[in-house]
Design a protein around this ligand. Structure first.
Ligand SMILES: Nc1ncnc2c1ncn2[C@@H]1O[C@H](COP(=O)(O)OP(=O)(O)O)[C@@H](O)[C@H]1O
Ligand SMILES: [Mg+2]
Length: 249
C-alpha cells in the first residue's frame, strides 16, 4: 500500500543526467530517510516526487491527498508575523478565512510555539523559532505526507535534537508518512522507519535498511548501536560521508 511510488525515474538538467533508474516506494505511515553524499541528487529527487519539476521519464504515483515541504531555509515572508506566515499556506490551500485562526493556533501549538511568538516578525525570532514557524506552516495545511529537505542542518546539535523529537512526535501521533532527506546518518536513524541510500551519481537507490522499532519508541542507545554497525559493517553506507560534490560526468 504505497503512498508514494517512483518507478524508473530519470532526470537531467541542461542535458546532464542527475537521476536515473530511481525506484522508491513509501508506505502509508512510513517515514523514509534518504541519505547520500552532497550533490548526488537528493533535492532533485524530492522536487520530482513532490511534482515541482517534471521528470524526463519514469512513473510517479501519489496516494496522498496533501503534502507539505520543510527546507533547510525556513523561507518566511519577512514582512509578515509568525502567525501570518503560518496562515499563508492556508490561503494557498483555499482554507476558508473563518477556519484559519483555529488551524494556525493548533499548528503553532504542535510546533511548540508560544502565543507570544506569534505576533513577532521573522527578524525578531531565533533560528530555531523560525524553523518552528516553518514546521507550523507545514502542519497547518494538515498534510498526510511531508517532504523534509535537510531541515535541521543549519541548527546546533541540541536544537537539532529537539526539532527531531518534534518531527518524531507529530508524525507518529498523526500517522504521517514522509521523505526525510539528510546527510546525517544519526538523524536518519532517529527519525525514520527505514533509511534509503541514493547512489553518489544519482544512478538509482542502492538499497534501504529498516530500523528497529518505531522512531517514537527507539532508544538513544538503539540509534547509536545501529549507526555504529551500519558505518562499520554495512557496505551500503560506505560512501555516504563522501564530501566532494560529484564530478561532472
Ligand atoms: N536547477 C539546477 N540546474 C542545473 N543543475 C542543477 C540544478 N539543481 C541541481 N543541479 C545539479 O544537480 C546535481 C544534484 O543536485 P541536488 O539534487 O541539489 O543534490 P543534493 O540535494 O543531493 O545535494 C548537482 O550536480 C547539482 O549541481
Ligand atoms: Mg540538497
Amino acid at each position: 500500500m504505497s503512498i508514494l511510488a517512483l518507478k524508473a525515474i530519470e532526470h537531467a538538467y541542461l542535458g546532464r543526467s542527475v537521476l536515473s533508474g530511481i525506484d522508491l516506494r513509501i508506505d502509508a505511515g512510513e517515514i523514509v530517510a534518504l541519505v547520500g553524499p552532497s550533490g548526488c541528487g537528493k533535492s532533485t529527487l524530492a522536487h520530482v516526487a513532490a511534482g515541482l519539476i517534471a521528470p524526463k521519464s519514469g512513473r510517479l504515483s501519489r496516494g496522498y491527498e496533501r503534502h507539505a515541504m520543510i527546507f533547510q531555509d525556513p523561507s518566511l515572508m519577512p514582512w509578515a508575523t509568525a502567525s501570518q506566515n503560518i496562515a499563508l499556506g492556508l490561503r494557498l490551500a483555499r482554507v476558508p478565512r473563518t477556519m484559519r485562526g483555529a488551524r494556525v493556533a493548533e499548528a503553532a501549538a504542535q510546533a511548540e510555539l508560544q502565543p507570544g511568538d506569534l505576533d513577532k516578525y521573522p527578524v525578531e525570532l531565533s533560528g530555531g523559532m523560525r524553523q518552528r514557524v516553518a514546521i507550523a506552516r507545514a502542519l497547518a495545511v494538515q498534510p498526510d505526507f511531508i517532504f523534509f529537505d535537510e531541515p535541521f542542518t543549519a541548527l546546533d546539535v541540541a536544537l537539532r535534537r529537539r526539532m527531531q523529537d518534534l518531527v518524531i512526535g507529530t508524525c507518529s501521533e498523526a500517522g504521517l508518512a514522509g521523505l526525510f532527506i539528510t546527510h546525517d546518518l544519526h538523524e536518519a536513524a532517529r527519525v525514520a522507519h527505514r533509511v534509503a541510500v541514493l547512489d553518489t551519481y544519482g544512478r538509482g537507490i542502492l538499497g534501504s535498511r529498516a530500523l528497529p522499532g518505531a522512531p517514537a519508541e527507539r532508544s538513544d542507545s538503539a540509534v547509536q548501536d545501529w549507526v555504529r554497525a551500519a558505518l562499520a559493517g554495512d557496505p551500503l553506507f560506505r560512501h555516504i560521508h563522501d564530501v566532494d560534490e560529484r564530478r561532472i560526468a
